[in-house]
Design a protein around this ligand. Structure first.
Ligand SMILES: [Zn+2]
Length: 173
């Protein structure tokens, strides 16, 4: 079917608006979650990513693989590109990535190559996650850059979202 004519999967989830006063990991993860909802509404697998540096959001993106037909258009890659552009440096060593699902091999590699300070992810991915789920690129013994990794922030919410999406997708196919 022509993708333009295909009815979109209805998204039953609402965006969350946490207080701006407490800017903790949960706050930033909700922003990533909201971007994942935007992805769903554009018929993309719902994954969202935020890059924070010094309390400021310098990158915010969701998965756009299908709309761009680009296999590298994952939320993390797009957000990292925005962040580097925003600060005029590819070294993001003061920045933290928040993402709703554990990064894949490509995106885990990119977080290391960008020399990020920290990665926070919601749900682990035992199949393709490369920051502890399937394997851990952050523990390469010869590497001299290591990330701080925090797992499980809003894990249940982000898992519910992704599972609901794939369940609907399956019944549609
Ligand atoms: Zn990825």
């Amino acid at each position: 079917m022509n993708p333009e004519l295909r009815p979109r999967l209805p998204c039953p989830f609402e965006k969350m608006h946490p207080s701006q006063l407490l800017r903790d990991d949960t706050f930033y993860m909700w922003q990533a979650y909201n971007l994942a909802l935007d992805a769903w509404r554009q018929d993309e697998v719902p994954v969202g990513a935020i890059i924070e540096r010094g309390g400021e959001i310098i990158g915010a993106a969701h998965n756009q693989r299908d709309s761009t037909r680009d296999p590298t258009a994952h939320a993390e890659i797009l957000a990292l590109g925005q962040a580097a552009k925003a600060i005029g440096d590819w070294r993001l060593n003061e920045a933290t990535l928040y993402v709703t699902k554990e990064p894949c091999p490509m995106c885990s590699g990119a977080t290391l190559m960008a020399r990020l300070k920290r990665v926070v992810y919601a749900m682990p991915d035992p199949k393709m996650g490369c920051l502890g789920g399937a394997t851990d690129l952050n523990s390469l013994p010869q590497s001299n850059h290591h990330l701080l990794v925090t797992r499980g922030v809003l894990e249940a919410e982000c898992r519910t979202l992704l599972q609901a999406y794939f369940k609907l997708k399956r019944t549609e196919d």
